[in-house]
Design a protein around this ligand. Sequence first.
Ligand SMILES: NC(=O)c1ccc[n+]([C@@H]2O[C@H](COP(=O)([O-])OP(=O)(O)OC[C@H]3O[C@@H](n4cnc5c(N)ncnc54)[C@H](O)[C@@H]3O)[C@@H](O)[C@H]2O)c1
Ligand SMILES: [Zn+2]
Length: 342
Amino acid sequence: MNKIDNTTNVNESLHSFLASKEYTHIAILVDKNTLKHCYPLLKNLPEHDLMIIESGEDQKTISTCIDVWQGLTDNQFDRNGLMINLGGGVIGDLGGFCARTFKRGMDFINIPTTLLAQVDASIGGKLGVDFNGFKNHVGIFSEPDLVIIDTVFLKTLPKSELKSGFAEIIKHHLIADDKAWSKLLSTKWDAMNWPSLVKHSINIKKAVVKKDPNEKGLRKTLNFGHTLGHAIESHYLPSPSPLLHGEAIAIGMIGESYLSYKKMMITKEELDQITNYINSVYTKINIADSDLGVIMKNIRQDKKNKGNIILAALLNGIGTAVWDCQINDEDIAEALMYYNQT
Ligand SMILES: NC(=O)c1ccc[n+]([C@@H]2O[C@H](COP(=O)([O-])OP(=O)(O)OC[C@H]3O[C@@H](n4cnc5c(N)ncnc54)[C@H](O)[C@@H]3O)[C@@H](O)[C@H]2O)c1
Ligand SMILES: [Zn+2]
């Protein structure tokens, strides 16, 4: 079990929210793992329908949405119902999308139970599902009615999942806080203060989203590592042992740090520092030359592109990021080659 202190008390927050509302029906959406590890931590729940889906990214599809919409229909939910999403980013993104589209929209609460969902997916209102192998291809922007973050859930999270979420924490440090980055570099894994890291990350993401909710400018800095990372993640999506989101983003951050260096926005020392740190946390993989074409094709589908121009967020010194940086096929090939050689 991970050693993690409590932050907010999930039961107190949930009960006080429910006491202030009058919902006709309540659904709690879980996957098989959060049913086992997280649902039992919710106490004195009002009457509700439990909706259970299989766990994993491959469930984040329209076909799972159909099951959820069917469940809501069978249980006679109307627009005054509430959906409580208890799980990681898959449950939050999919459950929120189902709730906001069912009968043109019912309320939903996110109770994120993975580190990734706590520091990233639950903030900023991006909802949706994957489509034909493309990540988050169909979706909407809509903020949850409430997000309850309690690090008690992280105790049962597999270490690989904790590391996956940690990639977003690294990202938040790199794009927004150079002092905290220096501190992070010297902190041993077992000495990580998760409640404090979670709060730090949430504050950074919230501040960015508040300044630019519609991702017209500053919010694009949160995509650091994600142009390459998403394309790599999509490429491995159908394989029997897919890369976790954060593992793909970690590779993306190394590649995009290389591009920041190539465009003379960070020094070689900074690039080495970032690369060595990320490689000390995540297992290296080798990206075969034969995978390059598919990864390029995936990058061309990126929602952040403008027409044929590929745009990425890059670092402009550690602790600052710039967005809408144009990159080309040669840059991408070089960045992946750099990663392979590290
Ligand atoms: N909306 C956004 O802004 C945003 C941002 C980042 C990522 N995402 C999305 O989030 C998804 C990834 O999220 P994720 O990493 O949380 O994946 P996930 O929801 O698949 O959860 C990871 C695994 O951990 C299990 N799990 C969850 N909580 C647990 C707990 N407390 N104890 C034990 N096991 C537990 C799940 O069952 C699953 O097997 C991706 O689909 C990604 O696109 C969305
Ligand atoms: Zn991410």
